[in-house]
Design a protein around this ligand. Sequence first.
Ligand SMILES: CC(C)(COP(=O)(O)OP(=O)(O)OC[C@H]1O[C@@H](n2cnc3c(N)ncnc32)[C@H](O)[C@@H]1OP(=O)(O)O)[C@@H](O)C(=O)NCCC(=O)NCCS
Length: 179
Amino acid sequence: MNGIKPVLRRVVPEDAEVLARLGAETFFDTFVGTCTEEDMKGYLEQTYSVETVLRELSDPEDMFFFAEVQGAPVGYIRMKEDYEGLPLMRQWKALECKRLYVKKEFHKTGVAQALMDFFMEYASKNRFEVVWLGVWEFNFRAQRFYSKYGFVPNGQSHPFPIGSTPQTDIWLWKFMNAP
Ligand SMILES: CC(C)(COP(=O)(O)OP(=O)(O)OC[C@H]1O[C@@H](n2cnc3c(N)ncnc32)[C@H](O)[C@@H]1OP(=O)(O)O)[C@@H](O)C(=O)NCCC(=O)NCCS
């Protein structure tokens, strides 16, 4: 399956149900076993309800893109110029990769690369100075993936609880003029 070239397209409000399902499935697969079943259930119901997803899709600055293979979405990216998570980013024009999730059958196929290449190109074309994202401190696969793009920890972290299960995300960044 190596070298898959997915088609990328902007997710629109009509896709809310499909995005909610894909979001819930990929979040579950990533974090199952790291929190209680009850915490997982509550988090999925809240964060990936059609209502929540529809609200996010209604914000034109909150951009979601599907990666589609044979017409079916197998991963997605969410990106936004948003400084709320880490106000120190305000000193630059900064683009946050808020989510990047690929179905597990499509890991290591090039789908994640296509989404990340698109994100970096978007940042470059729109003259962002820095790109940044949060990743769970124990998600070593994702950290390795991001490091291949030049992301490095910026020394900051923040709590990312799943219900009552405490978890910590570290912030990574990459300055666009850095190698
Ligand atoms: C993170 C994600 C987008 C990366 O996509 P991918 O197709 O798996 O990425 P790649 O295979 O190109 O790169 C992953 C790297 O991690 C390595 N890796 C895999 N498991 C690992 C582990 N447990 N510890 C360290 N490195 C690991 C792989 O070998 C590969 O490195 P290499 O190319 O040097 O061999 C994808 O795995 C995913 O969607 N994961 C679930 C959702 C997720 O974690 N999203 C990130 C939230 S911040």
